[in-house]
Design a protein around this ligand. Structure first.
Ligand SMILES: Cc1cc2nc3c(=O)[nH]c(=O)nc-3n(C[C@H](O)[C@H](O)[C@H](O)COP(=O)(O)OP(=O)(O)OC[C@H]3O[C@@H](n4cnc5c(N)ncnc54)[C@H](O)[C@@H]3O)c2cc1C
Ligand code: FES
Length: 274
């Protein structure tokens, strides 16, 4: 059992938790995730480790309520416990001194982008972060990202905060302004990662994306997280979660994520009617 030490809502459907998990806090690296089960009847869901304190023995999770399990998790409070937490899982981000790294976080993807920006900065890179949200309230962790970056650009789809437009507009502007970019790391909705990768492919800028497929076992056995990368079958849980954005078949991935939408809706309706 893993005790929740702190919990706060960032917006009405986005929350952050600090959970006691000393072993994971000690071992985790940027880019890695955990799989949790909320209670004995729960399904497994993956969440990125947004932050950790190895001395104090906690990890931080930031989750968006999209269905039954994230809803159930959001209803737990400090002092409650999460039944099972496995991790750290997945390969850590390949952190090197590349030069100028643009870290792009979209919506809840800003949380997983944060440790990546921190690690890239620590390795001596110039880090420019682009944070995007549909509207002002969905731009999270701006202060933390400022601390981990040389420059932060914020975009909102509706223009309620930062520059009006998509993260790709901000990236295009950097390119047009002549900023020499050595690496782009994009974490967020699949559609955002797809368009970022499309743009950087044109300019031949190496691009890493962190994929959020459906996962069950997290061990490469069940096949749920299968994606096609460069024509080869890969499993996000053990081969990823990060891949070359120019090689990912995003269309197939998006199609597979929608595969259980009927059952997901049914589970949520049942949960809410209890
Ligand atoms: C490696 C990894 C790291 C992740 N990190 C985070 C994180 O830090 N914070 C966070 O909020 N989410 C993260 N996700 C997504 C998270 O796992 C899903 O939102 C969660 O599994 C949904 O469970 P649910 O029962 O609440 O919703 P469900 O009822 O299972 O799904 C509800 C809706 O969400 C969509 N959905 C389901 N699974 C995913 C998914 N994996 N990605 C995108 N949409 C999905 C469905 O298509 C459906 O429309 C991560 C996913 C992966 C693979
Ligand atoms: S989650 Fe089962 S193979 Fe990756």
């Amino acid at each position: 059992m893993n005790e929740i030490i702190e919990k706060e809502f960032i917006t009405s459907d986005l929350f952050r938790m600090k959970v006691k998990a000393p072993e994971i806090a000690r071992k985790r690296e940027a880019g890695q995730f955990i799989i949790l089960i909320v209670d004995e009847n729960g399904e497994r869901i993956p969440l990125t480790i947004a932050d950790a304190d190895p001395e104090a023995g906690w990890i931080a999770l930031v989750a968006q309520i999209v269905g039954k399990t994230t809803k159930a998790l959001s209803q737990l409070e400090a002092g409650d416990s999460i039944k099972d937490l496995a991790g750290p899982l997945g390969n850590p981000t390949e952190v090197e001194k590349y030069g100028t790294v643009v870290v792009i976080g979209g919506g809840v993807g800003i949380a997983p982008a944060h440790p990546i920006a921190q690690a890239m900065k620590k390795a001596g890179n110039t880090v420019i972060s682009i944070l995007g949200g549909r509207t002002k309230d969905l731009v999270i962790m701006e202060e933390e990202m400022k601390a981990a970056s040389d420059k932060v650009i914020v975009t909102t789809d509706d223009g309620s905060y930062g520059k009006k437009g998509f993260v790709t507009d901000a990236l295009q502007k950097l390119i047009d302004d002549g900023v020499s970019i050595d690496l782009v790391v994009a974490v967020g909705p699949p559609i955002m990662m797809k368009f970022v990768s499309k743009m950087t492919k044109e300019y031949e800028i190496k691009t890493i994306v962190s994929l959020n497929t459906i996962m069950v076992d997290g061990t490469g056995m069940c096949g749920c997280c299968r994606v096609s990368v460069g024509g080869e079958t890969k499993f996000v849980c053990v081969d990823g979660p990060e891949f070359d954005g120019h090689k990912v078949d995003f269309e197939e991935m998006m199609h597979r994520i929608q595969m259980y939408s009927h059952q997901e809706k049914e589970a949520m309706d049942k949960f809410l009617s209890k």
